[in-house]
Design a protein around this ligand. Structure first.
Ligand SMILES: [Zn+2]
Length: 67
């Protein structure tokens, strides 16, 4: 079974805050860290939101401001 290439780095489009999703994070938060949806689930759990239109990613601080 092919695995995902951890770690994944993400940068907030609003404030340049950076996060890294490690395999351990995905293992804690998802049933299968090698599933393609695992990263989405981790980001969701951390309350990072992706813009449906242009795919930009926003951290919880920035999504609170825009909400
Ligand atoms: Zn931000």
């Amino acid at each position: 079974m092919p695995g995902l290439d951890y770690p994944f780095d993400f940068v907030c489009a609003g404030c340049d805050k950076e996060i890294t999703v490690e395999r351990n994070d995905a293992r804690d938060l998802t049933p299968n860290p090698d599933s393609v949806s695992a990263i989405e689930i981790v980001l969701e759990q951390w309350r990072w939101l992706q813009d449906d239109v242009d795919g930009r990613l926003f951290c919880p601080d920035c999504t609170d401001v825009e909400a």
